[in-house]
Design a protein. Structure first.
Length: 673
């Protein structure tokens, strides 16, 4: 039994060893198979790397030109979406400046040439045809497009022309399609169009080819008008066309704000016709006419002649000549005002109490100041002249006396009060500040000449801000040409000072005196009360010093109706070349026409005017009558009176005899013994 057990144990041990060998062999085979799998993966992976490397080498080295083309034409392209510029309207909603759709043309010359060569099309003749369609110089366009870069290759993305109308683009598209060519790129753009051509050209202004304002409202409000461009990102094929399967990423453009101007296009057209006629009739170098609302500062019309067509802003080959045309003379140029400055000297004198309306003065036709003789414009002497008569006769010596009584410090205070010597803030570019003599350099002669409108210079907008304050009750209001900006809480550049800056009673006195000035002039219109002043000034010679021989600026400022002004007007004629240059001769007929046609269009108090005409009469002559008889005559004719002095006899009246006056009008009666 022991032997049997031993035998069994021996047999089991042998079996165990045999099984162990089998398991070991099986495990070894499994390990070898796993290694072969790893080797196979490595071999395949290495092969793939080899193939990729080989292809890359072939593309980059052996087919360099082909891969360059593919890399160039496949990818993301950026395209700007041009924002529509805000439109400009007149005060009544008439469109002045608008946009219409055009295109910017670009070309990929490599693609175009490749296609032309394959189809045996003469590239030069093709470019010539494109030039004909676009109305461009053939040879110049060919040289531009056939130019090669440093690598001897034709250019890509070259701009042919901007602002191309749709009909011309369609012709070029048809040309390309008919010849089976590609390479032209068409980008949306817009072009500015001005419906009234030259109307208010220097005030409205125009834009450059890039769509930015160069002058006028277009320049001053450029950031508000131009809007914000959008962007479009997209993938393109080798011909530069959008891949239909690719998603486009777009940021929309934001249109600029629309602007409503204070200008009335109908009134503007009326004033421009008057200005053009006056320019020709007076053989003048330039002329400007401004019509305003004196209570709001709104500029209703502003004509500058010569002018230019806003749709053709470069009429001259010389750029400087074009820039001269673009200038808004009422804003950019300053000039010596001459006698139209005298109302401000009058205000200063009355406000400081150094003169009054009852004072009389004898003048000899001139006054000597620090060794310099200063003449009246007509060299005429006057006896017992009042302040009102001095304004009517425009007596220089009277105002020199007022200035001397004031002194230069006080005179300067009033110059600054009225805003001379600094920009007033009109919403137009390039405003001049004018020139004001400083206190340090102001001598006795300067003080004297400043009093009647020489030495210092002003702009038209500067002057009208000051003049309007005299006729509107003392308010200094900023002139402006924009009434409203749409979609924005901004109303132009309107600015009214808190309360009247000037003494309203003195302003009323001066307005009455200025009405007397006009009542005896050629600007007088029967039935209307107009207050104003004319002035003639020599032009300074800035190169040689002194004044230019025979060069004058004739000006006038006026407002009506005088007791409640609806419009104020300023006219400036630069270097009239006819037989006359005095403002009283050449400006007053222009002013009369401006007021008549403006009243007719604006219907300024028509009913009241008809009533005034019916109840008017010519002022009877009472000069040399006794004061008692003169007063009796005036009262019998339905007139009121104000006696100046306690004399027994009447020397004269204001208004003067023969003047058409309304019944109930106060007539000033000057007396003497």
């Amino acid at each position: 039994m022991k032997s049997a057990i031993s035998e069994k144990r021996g047999t089991g041990r042998e079996n165990f060893k045999e099984n162990h060998k089998k398991r070991k062999k099986k495990k070894e085979l499994k390990r070898i198979k796993q290694h072969w799998r790893y080797y196979t993966v490595y071999i395949v992976f290495a092969g793939l790397i080899f193939l990729i490397s080989f292809n890359t080498f072939g593309l980059m080295i052996l087919d360099k030109e082909n891969i360059s083309e593919k890399l160039l034409y496949h990818g993301v392209r950026k395209k700007n979406i041009v924002a529509d510029r805000g439109e400009i309207y007149d005060r009544n909603g008439k469109k002045i400046a608008a946009n219409y759709n055009v295109y910017r043309l670009e070309v990929d010359m490599r693609t175009l040439k490749k296609g032309a060569d394959s189809k045996k099309i003469d590239l030069k003749e093709l470019i010539y045809t494109i030039a004909d369609i676009l109305e461009m110089d053939k040879e110049a366009l060919y040289k531009k497009l056939a130019r090669e870069n440093e690598d001897g290759e034709l250019t890509q993305g070259t701009i042919i022309k901007g602002k191309v109308e749709e009909d011309k683009v369609e012709k070029i598209k048809a040309l390309m399609k008919n010849n089976g060519l590609t390479g032209m790129l068409y980008f949306d753009d817009n072009k500015r169009f001005y419906g009234y051509d030259s109307l208010a050209s220097q005030t409205i202004g125009h834009v450059n080819p890039q769509g930015n304002g160069l002058n006028g409202v277009e320049a001053y409000y450029n950031d508000i008008l131009k809007g914000v461009n959008g962007v479009k990102l997209y993938n393109i094929d080798k011909n530069g066309y959008l891949l239909p399967t690719e998603e486009v990423i777009e940021t929309s453009a934001v249109k600029g704000h629309d602007i409503i101007m204070t200008i009335d296009t109908v009134l503007q057209n009326i004033i421009e016709k008057i200005a053009q006629d006056a320019l020709i009739e007076n053989k003048a170098k330039k002329i400007s006419i401004m019509v305003m609302d004196p209570k709001t500062g709104e500029i209703l019309a502003l004509a500058n002649k010569p002018d230019y067509n806003l749709n053709d802003s470069m009429p001259y080959e010389n750029f400087e000549d074009n820039m001269e045309l673009w200038k808004n003379r009422a804003v950019n140029d300053s000039f010596e005002p001459g006698s139209i400055f005298k109302p401000f000297t009058t205000y200063a004198g009355l406000r400081e109490g150094v003169t009054n309306q009852t004072e009389t003065m004898d003048t000899n036709g001139y006054v000597d100041v620090a060794g310099t003789r200063i003449w009246n414009w007509d060299k005429a002497s006057h006896k017992n002249q009042t302040l009102e008569q001095a304004l009517i006769k425009s007596s220089n010596s009277f105002f020199v006396e007022i200035a001397q009584r004031l002194g230069k410090e006080k005179m300067m205070e009033y110059i600054e009060l009225f805003g001379f010597g600094e920009p007033v803030g009109v919403d137009l570019p390039g405003e001049s500040s004018g020139i004001v003599k400083s206190l340090d350099t102001m001598g006795p002669v300067d003080l004297a000449t400043i009093s009647f409108g020489q030495t210092n210079t002003v702009t038209m907008v500067q002057y009208m801000r000051a003049f309007n304050s005299l006729v509107n009750g003392g308010y200094l209001i900023t002139p402006h040409v924009v009434k409203e900006i749409k979609n924005e809480n901004t109303l132009g550049n309107s600015k009214v000072e808190e309360g009247p800056v000037l003494n309203p009673n003195i302003c009323r006195e001066i307005t009455d005196m200025l009405e007397s000035v006009i009542s005896g002039s050629k600007a007088f219109i029967e039935g209307y009360h107009i207050a104003g002043k004319t002035g003639t000034a020599q032009k300074p010679d800035y190169e040689k010093g002194g004044y230019k021989e025979g060069a004058y600026i004739s000006s006038m400022a006026a407002a009506a109706p005088a007791d409640n002004p609806q419009i104020s007007v300023m006219i400036s004629v630069d270097e009239p070349g006819g037989d006359y240059y005095y403002a009283g001769t050449i400006i007053t007929p222009i002013a009369k026409r401006v007021f008549l046609e403006s009243f007719k269009y604006l219907s300024v108090t028509n009913d009241e005017i008809m009533n005034v005409v019916i109840n008017t009469l010519k002022l009877p002559s009472v000069g040399s009558e006794t004061t008692e008889n003169a007063i009796k005559i005036l009262v019998e004719n339905g007139l009121n009176y104000e006696q100046i002095g306690n004399g027994k006899y009447v020397s004269h009246t204001i208004p003067e005899k023969g003047t058409l006056v309304e019944k109930g009008r106060v007539v000033k009666v000057y007396t003497f013994d």
